[in-house]
Design a binder for this molecule. Structure first.
Ligand code: NAD
Ligand code: DAU
Length: 332
């Protein structure tokens, strides 16, 4: 393996992975990214041109995809429509990119017998009760709630079928909620940090008791690289770092870190179909492949993330007003 094709490499997690790979390995990377509202070419601009090529294009463009896949050793597939709230208002792009786009990549990987790694989410498993002692494992039944998570579940099932029916050399990883630099301001943590910077009160959906299992984007990247290097073809690996927090606690931590009073936020209308709790059991990845997360202190990671958004306003500012205008139409 010396050349990676990374789809969605100008988005949040994909770009963190590209930075990680360029820093930690001698692999070369080609990024294929459509540069939707969520993609930002500038995120990759500091990386060396001799190690990184950038192609703007759609993963559902079969001709383009075929040419790029033919010339790579491994496809690492991050590209997706990724935001649950958007999927509730306009599901169509989620079907086009997450299902048809994944299908297009799989067919090209099959034609050229190229190793494929599919990036997916813990949301395919639905949600857990707050007091459920169980966490998601690789054998938890699929039960997605939103248009977003159902299209991700559909894409996972396509990958599994291509492995079984056509012998595609593929792996899948399902990860929990990521945080860190370069996350779009529509998402929970960057939205609240940038609201506080703007002097706007953070917005908590419903009671805020929903639990997410936070992992730093660097730990997600190291896990994906571990699977590429040592994972068994045909296997699924869950990625998580034991970072369960409810939304209310996360907002209070952000306010405290930013020097505000911890009660200075507003409750707003809840998300329709809002998943209550996600929690990952990543025993398989840790025991079978020897992976361990490095960012075990969520509070320290959050402080670093707050610092990054304070210091990189030029990166997020262009998206902020349009993002908040979209939320205003739903009262959130
Ligand atoms: P993101 O929205 O920040 O980035 C998505 C990227 O994909 C953008 O650069 C966008 O331009 C690109 N893209 C969208 N449609 C495309 C298309 N048709 N062709 C080519 N490029 C296209 O998303 P993210 O949060 O970085 O998520 C990346 C992947 O990780 C997704 O597959 C998501 O399901 C998965 N995931 C995300 C999280 C999380 O917490 N953010 C957790 C687990 C899994
Ligand atoms: O679990 C992995 C998933 O995590 C990924 O598959 C998705 O791509 C990613 O977006 C994320 O999904 P969530 O829906 O959990 O993330 P989001 O940042 O949208 O919301 C996190 C929680 O915060 C959720 O319970 C909703 C809540 N929320 C969100 C926003 C934007 C608020 O309370 N207020 C807000 O303003």
């Amino acid at each position: 393996m010396s050349n990676l094709l990374v789809t969605g490499g100008a988005g949040f997690i994909g770009s963190n992975f590209v930075h990680y790979v360029i820093r930690e390995t001698d692999l070369n990377v080609t990024v294929l990214d459509k540069l939707t509202y969520a993609g930002n070419r500038a995120t990759l601009s500091s990386l060396p041109e001799e190690r990184l090529s950038f192609v703007q294009g759609d993963i559902a463009d079969a001709t383009l995809v075929d040419r790029l896949v033919e010339n790579t050793d491994v496809v690492v597939h991050y590209a997706a429509e990724s935001h649950n709230d958007n999927s509730l208002h306009d599901p169509r792009p989620f079907v086009d990119t997450n299902i048809l786009g994944t299908y297009t990549l799989l067919e090209a990987a099959r034609r050229h017998d190229v190793r494929f790694h599919h990036i997916s989410t813990d949301e395919v498993y639905g949600d857990l009760e707050l007091d459920d002692p169980e966490r998601f494992t690789e054998s938890t039944p699929y039960n997605p709630s939103s248009p977003y998570s159902s299209t991700k579940a559909g894409s996972d099932l396509l990958v599994r079928a291509w492995v079984r029916s056509f012998g595609l050399r593929a792996t899948i990883s399902n990860c929990s909620n990521n945080y860190g630099p370069y996350q779009h301001v529509e998402k929970f943590i960057p939205r609240q940090i940038t609201n506080v910077i703007d002097g706007v009160r953070p917005r908590l959906y419903g009671e805020g008791l929903n639990v997410r299992d936070w992992i730093h984007a660097n730990d997600h990247s190291s896990a994906v690289l571990t699977i590429l290097e040592r994972g068994d073809v045909g296997e699924t690996y869950l990625i998580g770092a034991d970072g369960e927090q409810n939304n209310k606690a996360v907002i209070e931590s952000i306010l405290e870190i930013m020097g505000e009073t911890t009660g200075a936020y507003d409750h707003v209308i809840d998300r329709s179909g809002h998943d209550l709790r996600y929690a990952i059991d990543s025993t398989k990845l840790r025991t079978a492949l020897g992976w361990t997360p490095q960012y075990s202190d969520f509070r320290a990671g959050l402080e670093a993330t707050v610092k990054w958004y304070r210091e990189n306003e030029a990166w997020w500012r262009p998206q902020k007003a349009a993002t908040e205008a979209k939320y205003q139409t739903t009262g959130q």
